[in-house]
Design a protein around this ligand. Structure first.
Ligand code: NAD
Length: 323
């Protein structure tokens, strides 16, 4: 797998080691600012886990790793993932999120890898203005350089399936939350600012709606796609826990015992999508997956995780850019 030192990838490695103890895992990760080996400190000595530092856009490094470890399946988590950064440095997103996927697709084709699961996002569908839910056949209408590079990679992957029969599946999930998320993202940013007595910056009027999926539920969904997904298929992964950003921030303030005056409404991000909403009936029907984690419980546990892991997030703050 790739990108395993990041948020979802690290959770997925823990999930695999707990649930599929016979699997051998190779974590191929470039260790960008978002890659953090501390996320995997507890598993680094496992006989089932191996780490390789490398970039998915580097053909030689990808080829060498596939050959050396006789890789038979790839789950690609590696990506630049922060929308704000994509507005400042779109070129880095093109290289990792599009060129990197192209490199992986070529390698899968060349070395007869059994399956590639490309981890994509609900953001490729763009904003659901009318409140309707997009299914997997909906038109892609990305708004940010981040989501545009993810959409481009999805289209390239599907073209490889159609043209060469390359065995690729795509997951498009809602916003993930849980432990090990880099503290530039909404929930850890707000908790860590609150704990440091800083203002909590909220974009626009805070009314943007996101669907919040616990990372553990996403890991189970990705695992189902990895083992049972049909090549050439896309699977949406939703939670149907819709909340305005301001509602999440209010929950955090309440948990930290802080007043509403800590909220700082800042100029909205350009092209900020109002609402994401996807229809995930396909994965529920075909692969028998459904989310298990209760939203209120999941959010409370997640806030508490950041409250109790200051030693984990403090060293990362030097790489959090101001909004
Ligand atoms: N976090 C979410 O809410 C969410 C929702 C839907 C989809 N996704 C997708 O899930 C995947 C993982 O997201 P995340 O939140 O864990 O991201 P993250 O930013 O926390 O981690 C990304 C990881 O990829 C590595 N990486 C980046 N570029 C690389 C490259 N060129 N070569 C090798 N490694 C590279 C980084 O070092 C890091 O370890 C991404 O593809 C993202 O688009 C995330």
């Amino acid at each position: 797998m790739t990108g395993g030192a990041g948020f979802i990838g690290a959770n997925f490695i823990h999930y695999l080691l707990e649930n599929h103890s016979g699997d051998q895992i190779v974590n191929f990760d470039a260790l960008t600012y978002a890659g953090n080996l501390a996320n995997l400190a507890d598993v680094k000595n496992s006989a089932h886990y191996h780490f390789v530092e490398g970039n998915i856009a580097d053909k030689d490094a990808v080829t060498k790793t596939i050959q050396q470890y006789q890789i038979d399946t790839i789950v690609n988590f590696a990506a630049e993932s922060h929308v704000d950064r994509s507005i400042r440095h779109p070129d880095e997103f093109v290289r990792s999120n599009f060129v990197g996927v192209s490199t992986l697709l070529d390698a899968v084709k060349q070395f007869d890898v059994r399956k590639l699961v490309q981890i994509s996002t609900d953001e490729v569908y763009g904003s659901s203005q009318s409140g309707s839910q997009f299914d997997e056949s909906a038109t892609l209408n990305p708004s940010s350089p981040y989501s545009a590079t993810k959409a481009g990679a999805d289209l390239l992957a599907l073209s490889y399936f159609k043209t060469y029969g390359t065995p690729v599946c795509i997951t498009r999930s809602a916003n993930n939350y849980g432990p090990f998320q880099f503290p530039e993202k909404l929930i850890p940013l707000m908790v860590t600012n609150g704990m440091r007595d800083k203002q909590l910056p909220v974009y626009g009027d805070g009314k943007n709606v996101r669907d919040w999926l616990h990372v553990a539920d996403n890991c189970r969904a990705i695992d189902a796609v990895l083992r049972k997904g049909q090549p050439g298929n896309v699977y949406n992964i939703a939670a149907h826990n819709y909340a305005e950003n301001i509602q999440i921030v209010e929950k955090i303030l309440k948990r930290l015992g802080l007043p509403e005056s800590k909220i700082d409404y800042v100029t909205d991000r350009p092209a900020n999508d109002l609402r994401y909403s996807i229809d995930d009936s396909k994965i529920r029907r075909e692969l028998g997956w459904q989310p298990k984690i209760d939203f209120d419980e999941g959010i409370s546990q997640t806030i508490d995780w950041y409250l109790h892991h200051e030693d984990w997030w403090r060293p990362l703050l030097q790489n959090v850019q101001n909004r």
